[in-house]
Design a protein around this ligand. Structure first.
Ligand code: TEU
Length: 546
């Protein structure tokens, strides 16, 4: 068997989603193909060559289904259609064909926890208490004082219960009141969403990223959530309670196993779960006998302090927590969280990319991070995000990480011919694809080379991970494919030069974050400049330290 097709120790054949790089597109902001200032499917289609050239393997597109856009598509009013804003079902079919034609995969965003309040299911459900769809959602009588049935809070501010005056009952919504939660205890709901998944897979979709999968089940007895002792002023008011009765219930595992069984009806499909939980809870979502999600999204890098020791601890903890056979994955950014270039600065952003693409497991790249896009400050009159509108002033707004992709230095950065729905970054005339493409030292060139290097080295794709002892700002590890090759990664997670001492180690530099030093011979030590990372091919027979 070809080494490139085998995973680490047990040498099981690797799937495309284990060796591949996933790229997230926020469709409103990638490319406007119709001249309305909002990205769409024809736009994505016109940029596929860019993605193929970047070297990514799979595209995950955030929701494109019909929606009133109260939460920009995460409020779905028809699970099996395409919103006219994004195009038509024919555009979608063309996209699937074109993505597959370039050897890539296409993943959709499945939002099964809640629908839009405009979904026909909810319109029927709220029509009367005895409507057959009533129990598809979560309804409760008011508390004796007429208030909400319990203390559950919405992530997007206030009570999670909204009174439906006409029928005199409250419905539950973990997010906006315009996003009522489906009742996953009702077998008809389960069957309906399973059918949605089959519909898209029959159309050629290669899998799903499942929105807030750890929220799907809530306490059958509707008990209050406990107070959070760590709550402090300035935190999101949602954090006042611990979501013990509303998220991460053990019962959710059966629901997820059901989703997985549907995915397994089709060959080679992938199920990813969006899960914000500490590592020790996160790994439960691989499921009993690995029949949960293939990849429980690992967001730990988003919250870990950016220093070598904290990162080292995190990686070791995560690796140790994985169940046998559970495949790791890493995420550096998404449409909900601050951009990495803003969080760690443009220089460390390269080190971060090197980390993401050399750790063991599947990396997910957020659109624009490959050119170093930063958070864009949003003037108050241009705020779009309902989260920021509901819970203002805490810096929770997500618009700044959802701004138009910067393609070139034309007036709207090549994203659109008209003023886009969110402002374009002020620095777009330098930070853009066209400017970086021809520059041998740009972030884009670096990321493209990094992805190519990863693809060319089986140790990086499927090799084992071993941390090497290091101090201060140095993060040091080796990826080994037994009998094939060893690749050493040395990252300077700081602003001062340092020297990594590696007695006995010889090899040659494969890539530096500065895109120089290729083929430089290494013997016994590696000098790193400020904010530099290097990947070293270790010579056969060289002895690595512990
Ligand atoms: O996000 C779920 C989630 O956990 C968010 O509440 C996150 O904590 C928040 O955005 C702050 O970063 C998913 C989607 O990714 C998000 O865009 C949706 O708004 C949300 O679900 C509701 O569908």
């Amino acid at each position: 068997m070809d080494a490139q097709n085998e995973t680490g120790a047990n040498r099981a054949p690797a799937s495309w989603w284990q060796t591949g790089v996933i790229y997230q597109i926020y469709p409103r902001s990638f490319q406007d193909g119709t001249g309305d200032g909002i990205g769409d499917l024809p736009g994505i289609l016109s940029r596929l060559d860019y993605l193929a050239d970047l070297g990514i393997d799979a595209i995950w597109v955030s929701p494109i289904f019909p929606s009133p856009m109260a939460d920009f598509g995460y409020d779905v009013s028809d699970y099996v259609g395409i919103d006219p804003l994004f195009g038509t079902v024919e555009d979608f079919d063309r996209l699937v064909t074109a993505v597959h034609g370039r050897g890539m995969k296409l993943l959709l965003d499945l939002v099964p926890n809640h629908t839009s309040d405009q979904h026909v299911w909810f319109r029927q459900a709220r029509a009367s208490r005895d409507n057959p769809k009533r129990d598809w959602y979560i309804w409760r009588d008011p508390a004796p004082d007429g208030g909400p049935p319990n203390n559950w809070l919405s992530e997007f501010g206030g009570s999670a219960w909204t009174l439906d005056a006409a029928s005199g009952q409250y419905y539950y919504h973990a997010f906006l009141d315009r996003q009522p939660d489906l009742n996953w205890r009702n077998p008809q709901v389960v069957a309906a969403i399973h059918e949605v998944m089959r519909t898209w897979m029959r159309r050629g979709v290669d899998g799903f990223r499942v929105d807030v999968i750890w929220h799907l089940m809530k306490d059958a007895e509707f008990r209050d959530n406990p107070e959070n002792p760590a709550f402090a002023a300035g935190m999101n008011p949602y954090a006042r309670l611990l979501p013990q009765r509303t998220t991460d219930l053990s019962e959710v595992q059966d629901v997820i196993a059901g989703l997985r069984a549907v995915v397994d009806e089709f060959p080679e499909r992938l199920l990813i779960g969006e899960i914000y939980l500490p590592v020790e809870r996160l790994v439960a979502y691989y499921g009993a006998e690995l029949k949960g999600v293939h990849l429980p999204f690992n967001f730990a890098l988003l919250d870990t302090a950016w220093n070598a020791r904290a990162l080292d601890r995190l990686i070791t903890t995560y690796e140790a927590a994985l169940p046998p056979g559970g495949w790791p994955n890493w995420v550096l950014g998404n449409h909900d969280r601050p951009r990495i270039a803003t969080r760690v600065g443009p220089d460390q952003a390269r080190v971060a990319a090197m980390l993401l693409l050399t750790l063991r497991g599947t990396p997910t790249l957020y659109y624009g991070d490959e050119i170093g896009m930063a958070n864009v400050p949003i003037p108050p009159e241009r705020i779009q995000d309902p989260y920021e509108k509901n819970v203002p002033g805490l810096g929770l707004g997500r618009d700044g990480v959802r701004t138009p992709m910067q393609w070139d230095d034309s007036p709207f950065a090549g994203f659109s011919d008209v003023e886009p729905w969110l402002p374009v970054a002020a620095d777009f005339s330098e930070v853009n694809v066209a400017a970086q493409r021809g520059n041998g030292h740009s972030m884009l060139t670096f990321v493209r080379r990094l992805i190519a290097l990863r693809r060319a080295h089986p140790a990086l794709l499927v090799g084992d991970y071993r941390a090497l002892a290091a101090q201060g700002d140095l993060l040091l590890y080796v990826r080994t494919l037994e009998g094939a090759e060893r690749v050493l990664v040395a990252l300077n997670v700081g602003p001062d030069p340092l020297v990594a001492t590696l007695p006995g180690t010889v090899g040659e530099v494969l890539l530096s974050t500065f895109c120089d030093r290729q083929d430089e011979r290494i013997s016994g030590e590696i000098a790193l400049r400020a904010n530099e990372g290097v990947i070293v091919g270790v010579a056969a027979g060289a002895v690595l330290p512990e």
